[in-house]
Design a protein around this ligand. Sequence first.
Ligand code: SF4
Length: 282
Amino acid sequence: MREVITAKSAGFCFGVKRAVDMVYDEAGKDNRVFTLGPIIHNEQVVKDLEKKGVKVLHSVNDIDEGANTTVIIRSHGVSEEIVKKLEEKNVNIIDATCPFVSKIHKIVKKESQEGRTVVIVGSDNHPEVEGIKGWCVNKPVVLESIEEAEKFTPDSEKKLCVVSQTTFNYKKFKDIVDILSKKSYDIDVMNTICNATEERQTEAGTIARQSDAMLVIGGKHSSNTQKLYEICRKECENTYFIQTLDDLDLKQFQSFRSVGITAGASTPNNIIKEVQSYVRNE
Ligand code: SF4
């Protein structure tokens, strides 16, 4: 039997567990239930919810008005404009925005109202960043890379407020902040990277360093799983990104004596357990 180390921080974080639980709670009720976008980046969970009658909406404009309709905002959060549109539609709104993301919404709203330019360190097209942008009262700037930070020229008249997408890599955030600090005369930095992400990333790197092979489990569209993969790949060249046990090519594993396992924030525990027991006993 080979040695298998599974990260303690693998899988659902507090915010995702809270959001998924909220949807399952609503699924059994009489109302028509919709989530605004898939509740998490995990096809299995989304399909299971579909079977229970929960439909995924891709735009707030697709919702009819109606008192017997429930719309759930996912943990990534949405812009203030979308919240207002939902309120106008007279639907029952369940806000499953992670409290850590809601905190960023409050920060950027306040700081932009006070005249600061908000810099969001993150991926411009990520739904969480889209939502954060939508709470700024003036136009924010999104920076994802060192190159973008180097090219960025702040308005010397304006103060900056820097926040981060919760799932952003901590080291990269620090590097971008260092570059910005050299450019702006007044910069307010709020490290809004969630501890769950930081802990998961650190633990994944540590396990990958001491393993012959590393498995990173998560949805193929999940950015936090993608980042975990990058971190592990730097520490262990035999790192594999899988969605479920079906993606695992066990022939590749014959020669590995120790295997590490981690998983993104949207990976259900049953999938992690299934991979773990299979790899251990194979
Ligand atoms: S990673 Fe952190 S901020 Fe994001 S949903 Fe989970 S607990 Fe919330």
